[in-house]
Design a protein around this ligand. Structure first.
Ligand SMILES: Cc1cc2nc3c(=O)[nH]c(=O)nc-3n(C[C@H](O)[C@H](O)[C@H](O)COP(=O)(O)OP(=O)(O)OC[C@H]3O[C@@H](n4cnc5c(N)ncnc54)[C@H](O)[C@@H]3O)c2cc1C
Length: 329
């Protein structure tokens, strides 16, 4: 069967990453609009010890899972993976190849684009069809502008998609799994996968938190985070952060929420001094109830908030902490 959309599947040690199903959700949406058959949606899975992952992806969205295994690709390196993606893209001739805008996806996609000699749209949040052409949209300037990208007539169209750009594909499918040679040997590579180091045991795991109080650059410094910790503690929640906070070392990286941090879905998310850049929003918009506190009434975070408070967080957050403590008796 020909291939119209090829999705680069991702996994962590053989466990399928959620972005894979979001990409398949996007692939099915695009295929539906184009009148392409679901049988023309394929996934490429690279690694080792991935038979279980391949079967799962075939049962949830991919008509065919092309599996490339081998010693040279057992751990991620852009050097090895881009060669596999390029070879499969050449043999399958898809209209479109979708990557997650994840650390691996945004690393490998430009290498694939360079190798195939085609353009690439990165960090996209939508794909639309206009005047007979595909348009890839990405947010710019903290979501104040949307850039619309036309990749022209070169094929395949390549794009990295933001987490949350499409709902995860959830229907049952009966795809097949097709092993192919990885086609790359260890001697070919200039980069070598060494190991993945796990974070320290006991480190915060925001993905499991029911309540998260997050602070952003608006806090102004590491020493100011006491105000956030106090509210999180009073509510029995965890402390989250935007990227500048972890980049500046105010908090460790495991506190970072967003496209290059963790995706969270607590019952309650309180964003304090966070502007609401798309990279932050994609990581928290699945929260049950969102409260935003920001002194700028125009801050984009208010666009996703259930309750927005315009004001100084250093006045509002302590007052909230006090009220929570009093209410708890
Ligand atoms: C590839 C890539 C990946 C990224 N990944 C992530 C990610 O995973 N997570 C993430 O968060 N970002 C990420 N970013 C960064 C993102 O684009 C934004 O720069 C970042 O989210 C902004 O953080 P912020 O809202 O804390 O800071 P700012 O945008 O500087 O906003 C600070 C806010 O605080 C408010 N404020 C200031 N003082 C007060 C006060 N006293 N009371 C109330 N409000 C106040 C201001 O009005 C402002 O809205 C990424 C960017 C790129 C390019």
């Amino acid at each position: 069967m020909p291939c119209k959309v090829l999705v680069l599947a991702e996994h962590e040690g053989g466990a399928v990453a959620g972005i894979t199903y979001e990409l398949l959700g996007m692939a099915h949406r695009v295929a539906g609009e184009m009148g392409w058959a679901p049988a023309e949606i394929k996934a490429l899975l690279i690694g080792s010890g991935i038979a279980g992952a391949a079967a799962e992806i075939a049962a949830r969205g991919a008509a065919e899972v092309i599996v490339a295994e081998g010693p040279a690709v057992q751990g991620y390196t852009g050097d090895a993976w881009h060669r596999v993606v390029e070879a499969v893209a050449k043999s399958e001739s898809p209209e479109m190849v979708l990557f997650g805008h994840t650390p691996n996806g945004w690393d490998v996609a430009p290498l694939v684009a360079a190798g195939l000699g085609v353009p690439l749209a990165t960090e996209c949040s939508a794909i639309a069809r206009e005047s007979g052409a595909f348009r890839f949209s990405r947010k710019a300037f903290n979501g104040k502008f949307v850039q619309v990208i036309d990749l022209g007539t070169a094929r395949p169209l390549l794009a990295t998609m933001q987490k949350g750009a499409a709902p995860a594909f959830s229907a049952a499918t009966r795809g097949r799994v097709r092993p192919v040679p990885a086609g790359v040997g260890e001697a070919d590579l200039r980069a070598r996968f060494v190991e993945i180091k796990k974070g320290q045991a006991g480190a915060v795991d925001l993905t499991q938190a029911a309540i998260i109080v997050s602070g952003g650059r608006g806090l102004g410094g590491a020493d100011k985070f006491a105000v956030i910790r106090d509210l999180a503690q009073a509510l029995g929640g965890q402390v989250g952060a935007s990227r500048p906070v972890t980049d500046m070392g105010w908090l460790p990286h495991e506190h970072q929420v967003g496209s290059s941090g963790v995706t969270v879905s607590p019952k309650l998310y309180i964003a304090c001094g966070i502007s609401g850049a798309i990279q932050h929003i994609v990581g928290m918009r699945g929260s049950g109830y969102i409260v935003a506190i920001n002194k700028d009434a125009e801050a984009p975070i208010f666009g996703v908030a259930d309750v927005g408070v315009v004001g100084d967080l250093f006045e509002i957050v302590p007052a909230l902490t006090k009220a929570v403590k009093e209410a708890k008796g």
